[in-house]
Design a protein around this ligand. Structure first.
Ligand code: PHE
Length: 487
């Protein structure tokens, strides 16, 4: 609308002298006219010169007087033509502020006599202030002295006005073609591309935020841990089997069949399929033997080992089940040293509370080589945990059926000013490694920890159910910050 009006006006006239007058003559909004001029100027359709003017506008107070009359006239009219009135009585008739301003202005104008009683001095007054305010409102000229008075009384305020005078520019045309934003197949087919004008790319324009998936904090921390392990030369073990047999989860790890962890209170056993299909039979024999009567210098547990127990399927209670499979596989070939890790889900039939869930993630690392010692384990734990930002470590002797010696790992938590348990570790027992067929001088050092613990510390979450499970707030997943371990 405005564009058409401007361009066709310039076709017949030299110049638009004032965009403000132009807008009101053509019934256009001045803002729209100004924006159109700016855009036409950008494409050199027009030349534009800025015009600045100061205009006067009524203040809020000015507006009320323009409608209801000036305070002095309101006061004058409240004073009776004959006799007098007290201030208290006036205050009841008029707004107290109007009354106060009215008194002093009316007295200055010599309209009234002030005292305990107020009475008129003249019988007729004109409301000059009201009339001036109305003139200003209508954009009519007002004497400079009057402007100053009204300004001093804060009834008007200056308003900066900006407009343009406009002439034809070097690229002037009576009509502007709409610039194309994209070159389309149709443009090419119809040959329109020859005459098209293209809009320039705006490289400063903001793009649309991509509506994509979001990584859960656990996955972010897992990724960083994975990177640390890979950086330290560890290979990832395949952990894609939540269902495991009791054999690999417990028996292969020299965990006796009466061990309390096997109890259905701690382990989820499977109803279907309830038993495993196959196990390596000769190895099963060796495991049975070491449990029942020992070997390689061990006395064993001296109980009757039952195959049915070993066959029972369960949801793996630790990723060490995967480690036992990997070590067995490793023992089947010529020996080569290995560094393995895994980070995946495990399941325990535990009461759920602030720090426990029935499923969580375990991080596990192991190193397998000839002649490793407890010193190697401590060294590698030191290296690994420093990468996570925990360099003050302490170790406490512990017990695991499958490691000897075993150590719980504690780290000094600066925020909590205390030592907190962060993991478990040890050297796998010969009763576990030798039946597998690993050479006698091969030692395996290993450690495990939960993924949830460090993640909760990093993200300041104190209830595990806020991190994992159905109660998780999805905005936590969407907006959680980048994870930086070790900072
Ligand atoms: N499997 C142990 C656990 O579930 C962790 C562990 C891994 C301990 C390796 C020692 C060696 O807590």
């Amino acid at each position: 609308m405005a564009e058409e009006a401007i361009l066709s006006y310039l076709q017949d006239h030299q110049e638009i002298l004032d965009s403000g007058h132009f807008a009101s003559q053509h019934g256009l909004d001045h803002h729209e006219v100004v924006n159109t001029i700016k855009s036409l100027f950008g494409f050199r359709f027009v030349e534009a010169t800025e015009i600045k003017r100061e205009r006067w506008e009524l203040t809020k107070e000015g507006e009320t007087y323009a409608a209801a009359g000036s305070p002095e006239v309101q006061l004058f009219l409240a004073v009776p033509a004959e006799g007098s009135i007290t201030i208290d009585e006036l205050d009841k008739i008029l707004d107290p502020t109007v009354c106060k301003i009215g008194r002093s202005q009316a007295a200055r104008n010599q309209w009234v006599v002030l005292g305990k009683q107020i009475s008129r001095k003249v019988q007729h007054v004109d409301d000059k202030v009201k009339n001036l305010l109305i003139r200003i409102k209508d954009g009519q000229a007002v004497d400079q002295n009057d402007i100053q008075t009204l300004k001093a009384r804060k009834l008007i305020s200056p308003q900066k006005w900006q407009g343009y005078s406009v002439k034809k520019g070097p690229s002037y045309a009576p009509k502007r073609k709409k610039a194309a934003t994209d070159l389309t197949r149709e443009h090419i087919q119809r040959g329109e591309w020859k005459d098209l004008e293209f809009k320039e790319y705006n490289f400063n324009a903001k793009g649309l935020p991509p509506e994509a998936g979001y990584l859960h904090p656990l996955l972010k921390v897992r990724d960083q841990l994975k990177f640390i392990f890979l950086d330290m030369g560890f290979e990832e073990m395949a952990t894609n089997n939540f269902v495991e047999s009791s054999f690999w989860n417990f028996d292969a790890l020299f965990q006796p069949q009466q061990h309390p962890a096997r109890d259905s209170h701690d382990t989820f056993f499977l109803r279907a399929p309830s038993i495993t299909r196959e196990l390596p039979e000769d190895y099963v024999e060796r495991v049975k033997h070491i449990h029942e009567s020992g070997g390689y210098g061990s006395r064993g547990y001296n109980y009757e080992w039952k195959r049915e127990e070993a066959n029972k399927n369960l949801l793996r209670t630790h990723t060490t089940a995967v480690s036992s499979r990997m070590l067995y596989a490793l023992a089947q070939g010529p020996f080569a040293p290995k560094k393995y890790f895994s980070i995946d889900r495990v399941f325990r039939n535990e009461a759920v509370d602030r720090t426990h869930l029935a499923e969580f993630h375990q991080i596990e690392g192991l190193v397998c080589d000839q002649g490793l010692t407890l010193g190697d384990l401590i060294g590698i734990l030191q290296t690994f945990f420093s990468r996570l930002g925990m360099s003050k470590l302490r170790f406490k002797p512990a017990y695991n059926p499958y490691t000897e010696p075993s150590m719980e790992i504690f780290s000094y938590h600066e925020g909590l000013s205390k030592w907190v348990e962060i993991g478990n570790s040890g050297m796998f027992r010969p009763e576990m490694l030798l039946p597998m067929g690993l050479p006698e001088d091969v030692r395996v050092i290993a450690w495990g920890l939960s993924l949830e613990r460090p993640t909760m510390i990093l993200y300041g979450i104190d209830n595990i159910r806020d991190l994992f499970g159905p109660k998780v707030d999805l905005s936590l997943i969407k907006r959680n910050p980048m994870c930086l371990l070790g900072l």
